[in-house]
Design a protein around this ligand. Structure first.
Ligand code: GTP
Ligand code: MG
Length: 419
């Protein structure tokens, strides 16, 4: 396990591109700063107004002298407008083209100046239904993976992809399928991101969170949950018993050849009343993607407990691990798994459970999307622009097929229990 000793914790960095990706990432600028991330945050957008909105929101929190200075620093180093002013028109090819056009001149420098190039794992976030984030993030990951500047090629490149709501137009779902494929595979059909975490807007917004004063929008709830999932992923690299480090995430994934994941959370469980097994069952009902969680090949468990309870009751290292192993065997038949306990900041009597599930049946999910995606495809004509889009879709479809076939083969080797 790299990066683990008393004072050398895993450092995560956050890059958000486009409106949704930026809005999710901008939570890391917030008042409650995460030690795992610190100041390593960067927002990219083709739209100035979006970036301006983020700054306006922050302004409300950063009012004292230090805050004003911080705002200046954020403006200078942590946000960047790229591409042309006319926007992408919801076109991911344009999003990728703008990123390619500005990488050498401005984007790379901002990646370095913001510090996001200096961590251990860089998480790039995009909504997959749009053009800016969906197009630029896969392109940037592929480019950074091959860019030795400042050691960008040495980082783990993780991605968070957000799937559109069901009722959104077919074109957004079409974009999403192409974006997902590009996050998973580069232009040559090889592995792109080291790990792709998928979240479905509809599934996540179906879950409720304790209300927070002043915010009621759907997106806000979804974004908070996505960030909570990400926080839990990062937590076991920082402390605690049974460290799960970024290396573990990548290593177990590569053993199955599958590196798509989704979180499942069960939050605010009463310590005196809720048994860990039930919290795990509860999390399983709340998977962030409409897939069969029992088809997962990999599962990580992160249990977040207030400090005073760590090592007590059901929260000892051994107990958590044996409950998890047994539960995972009975409920999921996962092949690979790890568990970890970490400290919750709030000093109450509630515990949180985060599962990170990987290698589940993705075909089933994409099959349900197929009809509307194909419909959107048929709307494309044979003009030059659309031809490029059709070619991108064809490549995406082929690569996703190959990826899912690989899972079928892995499952067959394991005895076919997961099909
Ligand atoms: N979870 C979440 N989804 C969002 C948010 N904002 C937009 N979306 C979703 O993102 C998709 C649209 O993508 P945008 O983020 O607006 O697109 P973009 O990356 O700015 O790209 P453009 O098309 O160039 O504007 C839709 O599916 C929306 O439902 C957000 O704050 N949170
Ligand atoms: Mg936009």
């Amino acid at each position: 396990m790299a990066a683990q000793d008393q004072d050398r914790y895993t450092r995560w960095s956050i890059l958000g591109a486009g409106e949704g990706g930026g809005r999710i990432a901008s939570q890391y600028f917030g008042v409650a700063q995460r030690a795992a991330v610190g100041q390593r945050i960067l927002l990219l957008n083709t739209n100035v107004a979006d970036l301006q909105n983020v700054l306006e929101e922050l302004k409300q929190h950063l009012t004292d002298e230090r805050g004003i200075k911080r705002l200046e620093e954020i403006r200078e180093n942590h946000i960047l407008k790229f591409g042309e002013d006319r926007g992408t028109g919801n076109d991911f090819l344009v999003g990728a083209e703008y990123a390619a056009g500005d990488y050498e001149t401005t984007i790379r420098r901002r990646i370095m100046d913001s510090g996001v190039g200096t961590g251990d794992a860089l998480v790039s976030i995009a909504t997959l239904g749009g053009g800016t984030g969906c197009g630029s993030v896969p392109w940037l990951i592929e480019r950074m993976k091959h860019d030795p500047t400042g050691g960008l090629d040495k980082l783990y490149h993780f991605a968070i992809g957000v799937w559109p709501f069901r009722e959104e137009p077919g074109q957004r779902h079409f974009n999403a399928a192409c974006g997902l494929s590009r996050l998973l595979m580069d232009k040559d059909g090889k592995q792109n991101a080291h790990m792709v975490v998928l979240c479905d807007n509809a599934r996540v917004s179906d879950q409720s969170l304790p209300p927070e004063a002043g915010h009621h929008s759907d997106y806000h709830t979804v974004n908070r949950l996505i960030v909570k999932g990400l926080d839990l992923m990062a937590a076991p690299g920082r402390r605690a018993m049974n460290v799960i480090d970024t290396t573990d995430y990548v290593r177990l994934a590569s053993r199955t050849g599958m590196y798509h994941f989704t979180p499942a959370l069960s939050l605010e469980n009463d310590i005196e009343e809720m048994e860990l097994e039930f919290a795990l069952d509860d999390a399983l009902d709340k998977v962030f993607l409409p897939v069969d969680p029992k088809s997962s090949l990999i599962a990580y468990l992160i249990v977040e407990v207030p400090k005073d309870y760590v090592g007590k009751y059901q929260f000892t290292e051994n107990k958590v691990d044996s409950v998890f192993q047994q539960w995972a065997q009975e409920r999921m038949q996962v092949e690979l798994g790890m568990s970890s306990i970490c400290i919750k900041e709030a000093k109450d009597n509630k515990f949180n459970v985060g599962l990170l599930l990987g290698g589940f049946d993705l075909r089933q999910f994409l099959d349900k999307e197929k009809v509307r995606i194909e419909r959107a495809r048929h709307l494309l004509t044979s003009n030059e622009e659309d031809e490029e889009k059709l070619a991108a879709y064809e490549a995406a479809r082929k690569n996703l097929e190959a990826y899912m076939d690989r899972r079928d083969r892995t499952v067959a080797q394991l005895g076919g229990e997961y099909a």
